[in-house]
Design a protein around this ligand. Structure first.
Ligand code: KG4
Ligand code: ZN
Length: 341
């Protein structure tokens, strides 16, 4: 059985063909980063238009590289939320069109469940229960994956997502969009102990907050500018990154201790950050716990993770019908699609 999965929730047009054993036959990602860079962030209307243009080529490329034709595809999967509504609609409509034309099963996938599945692709031996830290441009949360499709939300951000904070700080440092990878690069030359920032307080110890850290960096830059000084960008980047990494990992390790969970899975775009990956491994080693890190290219948005989620849901008999719509703010759900958030 072959699944063709499509992902268009933000600014990447991605497709993947996977078989029912989880083997990736081909995958492609067409990024719009260069287009949005001019504006310093994703422009939703432009993103939708670019998805429409790219989709036929990305799907054709995936089919060609897998050496199959559309008629060989047994089921179609697509991300239907959360994300930018126009961008999601492009993928959802395209996938529905293919299902109608070919009379094949169709399944809608939650973008965050896709990210969670990225680590199951990289580590097929990853077993539940485990703790999953999702850190992307749109989400930052701690999810206890108790059993397949059984998610318990332990904590989430009250304001900015971790990736959003990286992007905003990078922007004031004059770095291009998306800022995360550029900030990481700049931080290599900096002193991570140059500046100290206060840890945010949240009522729930497993919750996150990144707007305070972002604002602290901004006010540091502003007050330096008032005094005619230019603080070292590399030092700011390194200090911000070190704090962001600690703020992400501390609640995760606390939750593992409190709930007796041995394995931490890191997923989402921010988990491509090498300082975060290294620190997670060091902390886990000290506490005799395991950390699972996805392949670098599976951290940021891709369709392989969507195909993996689809493969698992199709295997338990789930299907979506063609009335499925794009849902820009969608809670994560379990096996019966009952919301967990
Ligand atoms: O998961 P993703 O591709 O898209 C969302 O679902 O949001 O995550 C994108 C986010 C961006 O904010 C980007 O700056 C961040 O992930 N990111 C990084 C790194 N690579 C990507 N943040 C820090 N360090 C990186 N190396
Ligand atoms: Zn994502």
């Amino acid at each position: 059985m072959l699944i063709l999965a499509i992902e268009t929730s933000c600014d990447e047009t991605a497709a993947c063909i996977m078989d029912d054993a989880g083997r990736v036959l081909s995958d492609a990602v067409a990024t719009q980063i260069e287009i949005h860079r001019t504006y310093g962030g994703v422009v939703p209307e432009i993103a939708s238009r670019k998805h429409l243009e790219a989709l036929p080529f990305v799907v054709e490329d995936t089919l060609q590289r897998a050496g199959v034709s559309l008629c060989d595809i047994d089921a179609f999967a697509v991300t239907y939320g959360p994300g930018l509504v126009g961008a999601l609609l492009c993928g959802v409509s395209y996938a529905k069109g293919l299902c109608c034309a070919l009379n094949r099963p169709f399944i809608g996938i939650h973008h965050m469940e896709g990210h969670i599945m990225a680590n199951h692709v990289t580590h097929p031996d990853l077993e539940t229960p485990y703790l999953c830290l999702v850190a992307s441009g749109g989400h930052t949360c701690l999810i206890h994956v108790q059993a397949p499709f059984q998610y318990k939300l332990l904590g989430q951000t009250h304001d900015d997502a971790a990736g959003e904070a990286f992007d905003k700080v990078a922007r004031v440092l004059g770095l291009p969009y998306p800022g995360g990878p550029h900030l990481e690069e700049l931080a290599k030359a900096g002193n991570a102990k140059a500046f100290r920032f206060t840890k945010p307080k949240t009522d729930n110890a497993y919750d996150y907050s990144f707007s305070g850290l972002k604002t602290a960096v901004l006010s540091l830059m502003r007050s330096a500018a008032k005094q005619g000084e230019t603080p070292c960008g590399a030092d700011i980047a390194a200090s911000f990154q070190a704090h962001a990494v600690d703020f992400l990992l501390e609640p995760a390790f606390l939750a593992m201790r409190d709930f007796g969970i041995d394995t931490l899975s890191l997923v989402g775009g921010v988990c491509a950050n090498k300082a975060l990956r290294q620190r997670a491994q060091d902390m886990a080693k000290r506490e005799n716990r395991a950390v699972r890190l996805p392949d670098m290219k599976l951290c940021t948005d891709n369709a392989v993770m969507i195909a993996e989620a689809a493969r698992r849901r199709l295997a338990i008999g789930e299907r979506s019908d063609l009335t499925l719509n794009a849902i820009p703010n969608m809670p994560l759900y379990g096996r019966e699609r009952s919301p967990i958030l």
